[in-house]
Design a protein around this ligand. Sequence first.
Ligand code: KG4
Ligand code: ZN
Length: 338
Amino acid sequence: MSNSPITILAIESSCDETAAAVCKDGQILSNIIATQKVHEQYGGVVPELASRAHIQNIVPTAGTALKTASCALQEVSAVAFTQSPGLIGSLLVGSQFAKSLAWSLSVPLIAVHHMQAHVLANLIDMPKPSFPFLCLTVSGGHTQIVLCRSPLDMQVIGETIDDAAGEAFDKSAKLLGLPYPGGPLIDKYASMGNPKRFSFPEPQVPGLDFSFSGLKTAILYFLQDNTKTGPGFVTENLNDICASIQSRIISILLNKLKKACFETGIKQVCIAGGVSANSGLRKAFAGMGNHYHWNTFVPKFEYCTDNAAMIAIAAYYKYLAGDFAPLSTSASARAEWS
Ligand code: KG4
Ligand code: ZN
């Protein structure tokens, strides 16, 4: 094997962020994200608009990632991209770009699973978890507990049977009249509120699976009842309502994570995905870790929400294992865990 560095240009385009990153021998040198503002006015991501924005953003974003890393195109050893899961139109833009670039540079192509990359975001910076570890991956589309035995060997041991945790945040925010994405706003208002003021039910779901649809319905009825008597109820109590909703979402997540730790005996525990940017979750997770003597790990904020650094780190481990994709490979909206 040659001693030249392994330099990976990674592309992430699974939803509404066009992102590119460069990683050299496992170190992230740049992590660029072009956020698509066009969706805000629609209260959610519009798939066709996302694909069009990716087409406009992808070349400049990849260019900025290379420039920021002071990396010439000729130095790239492999091109990585998010293959699945995600919005198919968005994924196709990233995959076609990555395939064309890999072909034109005559370098290997690496296909990455978006949710596995969220888990591996925990391996970007020190301190890193040792294997095996558990990861609670919480995003806008997924809520999973993953048992990670090695960078290439992961198993989902629990997941949501309906809404994802991010959807629980975003749909609750919508009911409160807050704009999309509502998760960060609930986080902000919750930090000024009393989490014990209102009580929302905890669902009874067997095993390590989650459910958030009952919570959404409970919030809907709670708001209907209370706004009947006082139309200003939400504005007057926004901080306490957000704190109470957030506290319930966090307890649903952490109770199942605790169960998974007890059942597996694993004490290396991580969180990942967009919702792991939530300050209340990060604090409660750290507190729980201290209490049960777990080693807890949380990626930096910029590696929690969708980004290409996590795709680059996942691709780095695939590169080391020689796990390359043929140019005939294609994107897929849904994905099996391999
Ligand atoms: O991982 P991600 O960026 O995209 C997906 O793969 O889905 O996650 C996006 C989700 C959204 O639902 C957003 O509201 C939520 O993460 N989110 C948050 C926070 N920051 C992002 N939820 C709660 N608190 C936050 N601070
Ligand atoms: Zn994601």
